[in-house]
Write a new protein. Structure first.
Length: 230
């Protein structure tokens, strides 16, 4: 029995997606525009009888491929490292311990969930643990945060630790720590930037993207390393 147009479209998109994941070792298809063009090309080859459904399927395919490639890029850019920590020589706030930790090739470390409460400044959080910097990361004032929740799986899991470079200007595809007015601090991927807004996305598709104003949204910094959970 011959497959229907819808079945043929589903199979075509599945095969194209599988081929992209196998062959795109250098992640050449890096932009949503390229994948949107591919989805449009797929739609053009389909029957007009079920065009609306075909369009939804092709668009969903493009979104899925964008998400998969973003996950691959993040995993390559942030290889998982072994966490090494030590007690801080003094219990101090993040602001007080930031430069002292840097001088000892370390970063102050605290629990992101504990620092995520509305109205609380991360600089005032008490810190009694330092993360030791890997040899390939230069000394600088960093903050190490323990992740909470599952919104960034499979790249970041609950209790993973991330190293954040402070005040680094975000670019598309960076993982950033941002402070939102209602949600405290969150870790997200920068999915889009305009002069007025940032689109912050999760890797877990159960969480919808957030569109936030660039003015009024505090970006703590950019994630430059990830470490296995404690």
């Amino acid at each position: 029995m011959m497959p229907s147009d819808e079945q043929a479209a589903d199979e075509l998109m599945r095969l194209v997606g599988a081929a992209l994941e196998r062959q795109d070792d250098d992640l050449a298809l890096q932009s949503e525009a390229q994948l949107a063009w591919l989805a449009s090309d797929l739609r053009g080859a389909l029957s007009s009888d079920e065009h609306a459904a075909d369009e939804r399927d092709a668009d969903a395919f493009a979104r899925d491929m964008v998400a998969r490639l973003a996950i691959q890029r993040a995993q390559r850019a942030l290889p998982r490292r072994e966490l090494q920590s030590r007690p801080a020589p003094m219990v101090a706030t993040v602001a007080q311990g930031l430069h002292a930790a840097s001088e000892h090739r370390a970063a102050v470390m605290l629990d992101l969930a504990a620092a995520a409460g509305a109205g609380r400044a991360i600089w005032d959080e008490p810190c009694d643990t330092w993360l030791e910097l890997p040899s390939d990361i230069p000394s600088s004032p960093y903050v190490a945060l323990r992740v909470a929740g599952d919104s960034m799986e499979p790249v970041l899991a609950a209790r993973d630790v991330i190293l954040v470079k402070l005040d680094a200007p975000p670019t598309v595809d960076d993982l950033v720590v941002a402070r939102l007015a209602d949600d405290g601090f969150v870790v997200k991927r920068v999915a889009g930037i305009t002069s007025a807004q940032l689109t912050l996305a999760s890797f877990n598709p159960a969480y919808a993207p957030l569109v936030v104003e660039r003015v009024g949204t505090a970006i703590l910094g950019t994630v430059i390393a990830r470490f296995s959970r404690l």
